[in-house]
Structures are given as C-alpha cells and as structure tokens.
Write a protein that binds this ligand. Structure first.
Ligand code: SOE
Length: 390
C-alpha cells in the first residue's frame, strides 16, 4: 500500500530552510517510512527569492502569509525554521490548528514562551519535535548506547564546549542573532541549547547552574551600513547599534544523578568553525566527540588491564551503528545534513505511529529552564536551581 502523503508547510527559507528541504526530500528515499513527505508550501517574506528557493528545492507553492498556511486543511505538518522570536506564535497557531510540528532550536525567546508552546502542544495532542539534530548523529546515538548499556558505569563528569568564531570581526553587522528581542540570547541559546540537550540526553537532568557571560564587541554596524567607516571609528551613530546578547557563556552545573558538568558556548573561539565537543567520564570508561569529526567517537574501556588502556577512535560507519544501514558501506562517511534526514525520518515514523519523538516541544521546556537559570545566574552572580524534567 503506498505510504500516506504528508503535506509539509515550511516556515523559513534561509540556512535551516535549506537543511530542512534537503531532509524532507531525502528521508523517504533512504528510509522505509510509513508516510511520504510532500514539499507543499514554502513560506517566506521576499517573493522573488522565495520563488527561486521553491524551484530549486521542489516546493509546490510559495506564500508570504504563514498565519493562513498553518490553518489550511490540506497541511499536515508545520516546519518552523524561522528566527527564534517567531517560534512561539507559530507553534501555538499550528498546534491549535491540529498540525504536527517540527520546530527548530532554540525553542523560544524565554522560559515563559516555551511553557506556553508546550501547553498548546499538550492541549492539542499533536506530535511535536524540537530539532536538536545532534542526538541523531550516529556517533552520538552510539555514545548513548554505550552509556545506557553500562559501558561507562557511574557517570562523574560531563564536559561540553560548542565553539564557533564567525563574529570575531568587529565589522560583522548587527544581525538578528545579536539582538535579544529576536534571538533571546547569544550562543548561550543558539549553541548552549544543543549542548544542554545532549547533556540531558546522555547524562541526565540538570539540578543547578552557575554561569558567567561576556560580550566582547558591544557595538556593531547596522546591516547595510558602511562597515569600513565603522572600522575606522567614523560613521554616524545611526549607522551602528548596540549588541544586546552575550558573545560567550560558561556554565558549571550539578546533575540530579550526582554527576557534575561544565559547558562553554562561544562565537569567539578563534579558529573553531563548528566544534561541538563533549566528553563523558565514568567509572568504567569514557567517550569523547567532536562534531567537526562527526563520523568518529573516541572510546576508553577502563575495564581493560591498565597496560592495554587508551582512547581509541571508533569509525561509526558500520551497518549496526544507528541510522547507518540506510546509507553506505563502512567507511563511506556521512555529514551534517544527514542528521536532519534522520530527524525527519524519525518524525514521520512518530507522526504516522502516533508515538512521541524526543526531544519534543514539552521536552524542550527543561532545556529552556536550564538556560533561563544560566541567564539569571550570570546576572546575579549566584548559583541557580533548575528543576528536573518538564
Ligand atoms: C549557529 O551558527 C548554527 O547555525 C546553529 O544555529 C545550528 O543549530 C548549528 O547546527 C550550526 O550552527
């Protein structure tokens, strides 16, 4: 029997819109799915670039009014790939219209918005997914398998660092990512949300946070202003604006299960491009991961005789590794975009099977609670308790 068509409306057509379009169009080709995603409507603001995007990716229609699209009876799935400030109203509207929701991270501008989104999803009884796609890197899912099967034993430490360096140039303009009203926060939200989600997935719930944040460059040229003039110290005040988010954040946390952890989230780690790193240390072993080498997992088996111990690199490309049987033979590595395809495949299975997929929007509230506590801690200089699961 042919798989059920699932009409998708994509809200947002920039970087994430591109990554999601690739995933919606590839998932059913590589995975046997109970539903067949149809790239129905791409929604954006600028009609000419929207039409080019739709033609390039095979979206059947384009629209500029997301409010109408999310209520259209023929739309089954609403994919929210817009800047953070739009997530809340879009998710609530989609939930109230009974749509299944695929939402980009970070979940929301703040904890209150996140709780409202979760309440709307729970009230509507729809399937929701919060795209922390790094859970679906095969090497990360394999690390989860090692931890859950006891290969590391009792966990002592989490060390996470999500390091980028794309705004060190002071002439980089004041884009929405650098304005609190559009982004919620800086890398603490953008990158820290990924790291906190991974820590909760691999180690457990976080009980308390102590954080420091820093903004290294406090003023930037407005988009379209003459950056050269700004650099020379000239230019009028109207051509530049205040950065209202942090450039870097560091957190120290306690976990509810007794482990402790550290997090770095920065856009000023000179030379690091997209280094989402973590290490997990336990009584029987340890793992280490670097997104810039995402097909590899470092594993230490501390149950071996100490003379034989050492971190070894597992090339996570065997058919028995998570997701890999859908792709290529061993050693034929995969990339960043494959993690979005894995997310879409799991989401379609959840939607058709009426089963939850994690992290859901309600799951994301616990991550936002940690991030919100970090923001409070950085502002007050105190350690802030944050509850366990949502
Ligand atoms: C930040 O530049 C960013 O695009 C994040 O927003 C994404 O979540 C991450 O996957 C890559 O880096």
């Amino acid at each position: 029997m042919p798989a059920k068509h699932l009409n998708v409306a994509l809200l947002g057509t920039k970087f994430m819109g591109k990554a999601h379009s690739h995933a919606w169009s590839s998932a059913a080709k590589f995975f046997d799915l109970p539903g067949d995603p149809v790239l129905k409507v791409a929604v954006g603001r600028d009609k000419p670039s929207l039409d080019e995007f739709a033609t390039r990716w095979g979206w059947e229609e384009t629209a500029t009014d997301w409010q109408h699209i999310v209520t259209r009876p023929d739309i089954d799935i609403v994919d929210i790939a817009t800047p953070t400030a739009l997530h809340c109203e879009m998710a609530i509207a989609a939930a109230e219209a009974g749509k299944q929701i695929f939402c980009e991270k970070p979940l929301a501008l703040d904890l209150a918005q996140a709780e409202r989104m979760a309440a709307a999803v729970n009230a509507a009884g729809v399937t929701s997914y919060l795209n922390h796609n790094y859970r679906r890197v095969p090497a990360v899912a394999f690390a989860k398998h090692l931890i859950d099967t006891g290969r590391l034993g009792r966990i002592f430490h989490w060390r996470g660092a999500y390091l980028q360096s794309w705004i060190i140039d002071p002439t980089f303009p004041l884009t929405w990512h650098l304005q609190a009203e559009h982004a919620g926060a800086g890398p603490l939200w953008d990158l820290g949300s990924h790291s906190v989600d991974l820590a909760r997935y691999l180690v457990g719930e976080i009980a308390s946070v102590q954080a420091v944040t820093k903004t290294f460059i406090e003023e930037r040229p407005l988009p379209g202003a003459d950056a050269g003039t700004f650099k020379s110290g000239g230019g009028n005040a109207a051509a530049r604006g205040k950065v209202t988010v942090e450039d870097a954040a560091i957190m120290a946390v306690t976990f509810a299960n007794g482990a402790i952890g550290s997090f770095e989230s920065t856009r000023f780690a000179t030379g690091r491009k997209n280094a989402n790193l973590f290490e997990v240390y336990g009584e029987k072993g340890a793992v280490a991961f670097d997104l810039e080498r995402l097909n590899e997992l470092e594993f230490l088996d501390a149950t071996l005789p100490s003379s034989e111990q050492g971190f070894r690199t597992v090339l996570v490309t065997e058919a028995e590794h998570p997701y890999l049987s859908a792709w290529w033979p061993p050693g034929h590595v995969i990339g960043y975009e494959h993690t979005f395809t894995h997310a879409v495949a799991d989401f379609v299975k959840a939607v058709c099977g009426g089963s939850p997929i994690h992290p859901s929007i309600p799951d994301g509230v616990a991550t936002m609670r940690v991030l919100d506590a970090a923001k409070q801690s950085a502002a007050t200089g105190t350690r802030v308790a944050c509850c366990g699961p949502a």
